[in-house]
Design a protein around this ligand. Structure first.
Ligand SMILES: CC(C)(COP(=O)(O)OP(=O)(O)OC[C@H]1O[C@@H](n2cnc3c(N)ncnc32)[C@H](O)[C@@H]1OP(=O)(O)O)[C@@H](O)C(=O)NCCC(=O)NCCS
Length: 330
């Protein structure tokens, strides 16, 4: 029986094990690889650990007793982050994904109801890369979320060998990432994103404490690919030893590298430091055998989008960042 023939039941995610959701996650992994060039299996392994702890909040849509879709979210004090919503398209179902979207919409409805009735909820953030812009944009807007369009951009690493043209001013030094850079990097992020559109989308960027949490996730967990310290770089001021720019990279598949963070201190911008870091990342991933390099950027961050276009990146996929803030409705 296809999805169209019966209405899905929505159940608590915590009743399900990773084994029971394996078929949905397999379909999702195929989708990520095909459309985003991203090997989702590494992220799925981490998700499986949470599923088997039966403590991750979310919902599962079932059809004939079998899971066909899921969603989950996490609470961070007075904020919630919507991690994902995904339904698989059944064989024999409609070809245009309408039923898939309907199931995802039902899951989202339950998630919103739960979050809006959670005591003390001040803020909800969602960035679901797998959901293309338009799939659920209206539902988020109708629930009171503000939408910020984001882009997944990609450049090929094939063709002529990418060689970094290192022309750093004498007072600056480029070197590889070290574990002890974590704290200074937190400070740099908070300064680089002060008043920035991305700190409207992700409030972790607004404080050193929040930035450290963000960095910890990037460096320790595979949610954004597997961190590659040997391609990640920092630029330091020689005398003060302060970090003035940074580039963090991860591996998202055997073919693809990904830039998880790039920023330059406001006092050091428009000197070509970001260009140098981007070239260095490309060169580093070529040495590791990757054939393409991707990153995500907020469409409204026009300086960064122009910089990436100038460095050979093209838009591969559009998705939404959505933010709900209680203050807007108080
Ligand atoms: C986006 C960001 C990383 C760019 O860093 P940057 O070091 O200023 O970038 P570059 O100097 O390499 O290039 C920026 C511009 O300066 C120009 N430039 C480079 N060297 C220059 C020089 N010596 N003199 C004048 N202009 C120069 C570049 O051509 C580029 O021009 P464009 O805007 O027309 O493309 C930086 O603005 C930043 O940290 N922003 C906040 C964080 C952020 O948005 N990160 C990206 C998230 S996806």
């Amino acid at each position: 029986m296809s999805i169209s023939q019966s209405t899905p039941e929505i159940l608590d995610l915590r009743h399900f094990s990773s084994r029971e959701l394996a078929a949905v996650l397999d379909v999702e992994s195929t989708y990520w690889l095909k459309h985003l060039h991203w090997d989702y299996r590494t992220s799925a392994r981490l998700l499986n650990q949470y599923l088997d702890s039966h403590s991750l909040p979310g919902y599962v849509a079932t059809q004939e007793g079998k899971p066909v879709g899921y969603s989950y979210f996490v609470y961070e004090e007075s904020k919630a982050v919507l991690g994902n919503v995904f339904a698989k398209m059944e064989e024999g179902g409609d070809g245009d994904g309408r039923e898939k979207r309907q199931i995802e919409s039902r899951l989202l409805k339950h998630v919103f109801e739960t979050l809006f009735s959670s005591p003390g909820m001040e803020r909800i953030e969602a960035q679901m890369l797998v959901q293309a812009t338009g799939a659920h944009t209206r539902q988020f807007e109708e629930a009171g979320f503000k939408i910020h369009p984001r882009l997944l951009m990609v450049r090929s690493l094939r063709g002529p060998r990418v060689v970094p043209v290192v022309k750093l001013p004498a007072d600056l030094e480029l070197r590889g990432w070290r574990d002890e850079d974590l704290h200074p990097a937190g400070r740099l992020i908070a300064e680089a994103y002060n008043g920035h559109l991305d700190s409207v989308i992700n409030n972790q960027y607004r404080t050193i404490h929040g930035a450290l949490r963000f960095l910890h996730n990037i460096v320790r967990y595979p949610g954004c690919g597997v961190f590659t310290p040997n391609v990640s770089q920092v630029i330091v001021e020689r005398t003060s030893r302060e970090l003035v720019a940074m580039l963090l990279c991860s591996r998202i598949s055997s073919e693809s590298g990904h830039i998880t963070q790039i920023c330059v201190h406001p006092d050091y911008r428009r000197r070509g430091l970001a260009h140098l870091l981007l070239t260095s990342a490309a060169s580093g991933f070529v040495l590791q055998g990757a054939t393409e390099l991707s990153l995500t950027v907020t469409a409204g961050n026009e300086d960064a989008v122009r910089l990436y276009q100038g460095n050979g990146y093209e838009v591969m996929h559009r998705f939404d960042a959505a933010v709900w803030e209680k203050a807007h409705y108080a």
